[in-house]
Design a protein. Structure first.
Length: 223
């Protein structure tokens, strides 16, 4: 199975289904985020399930433990392969999120968004050191009993040393000739996989390509 999960960040259900159908043979799953979910809800996720690929539901829950647990329980009928929560929500929230998730669903904790850099950390009162922040939250996620983390390809090798059996989701992945866009900490798919990635989240390089299937095949070929 390909480690590539295509990020289909569109509110247009028919477009999402078209892209997923076209790339189905060359990706390992579909990532659906807030943009898709707010437009299409649970019914939209069910329709995407019918395509036959695992669903990564990337809603990045971050609230008090009880609220997050109840929200995840409400999603149980969707049986997502992967769910995200923010590691910064704290140990109790992470523990309750994992306890509330369906059997077989991986709960992964977002450490630091790949759109953030040193200056962004400073602006929210943290040390301007992405590596230190990711390592701290990796240790928290591991001790809280979730399945893994979301981090950039720059930190995954060090995170894997801390958590050998962890599940590592790497967003912000761009081909060598790809546009960075609003991402600030990016790596190539091959570099991320070599560093210890479990799955690679690739969005615009595939979804905005003239031929999404060809783009997915070209990325897969580098792996």
């Amino acid at each position: 199975m390909s480690p590539i999960y295509v990020a289909i960040d569109t509110p247009d259900l028919e477009r999402a289904k078209l892209i997923a159908t076209r790339v189905k043979a060359h990706v390992g799953g579909i990532k659906l985020g807030l943009e898709f979910f707010m437009a299409n809800g649970r019914a939209g996720v069910h329709e995407m399930h019918d395509i036959g690929l695992p669903i990564f539901l990337d809603l990045k829950f971050h609230d008090i433990p009880n609220t997050v647990a109840k929200a995840i329980q409400a999603l149980r009928p969707l049986e997502p392969a992967i769910l995200t929560v923010h590691a910064a929500g704290g140990r109790a929230m992470l523990e309750d999120a994992k306890a509330a998730a369906p059997t077989g669903t991986k709960v992964v904790a977002v450490t630091m968004l790949t759109s953030l850099d040193d200056s962004d950390l400073t602006s929210i009162g943290l040390k301007p050191d992405p590596h230190e922040q990711v390592m701290r939250l990796t240790e928290l996620a591991k001790s809280a009993g979730v399945d893994g983390i979301v981090c950039s390809g720059n930190e995954v090798a060090a995170a894997k040393k801390l958590w050998h059996d962890g599940f590592f989701v790497i967003p912000g992945v761009r081909p060598a000739n790809g546009k960075v866009g609003d991402q600030k900490r990016v790596v190539t798919p091959r570099a991320a996989l070599d560093a210890g990635a479990s799955i690679l989240v690739v969005g615009r390089p595939i979804t905005q390509a003239q031929d999404p299937d060809l783009a997915a095949r070209e990325i897969e070929a580098t792996l």
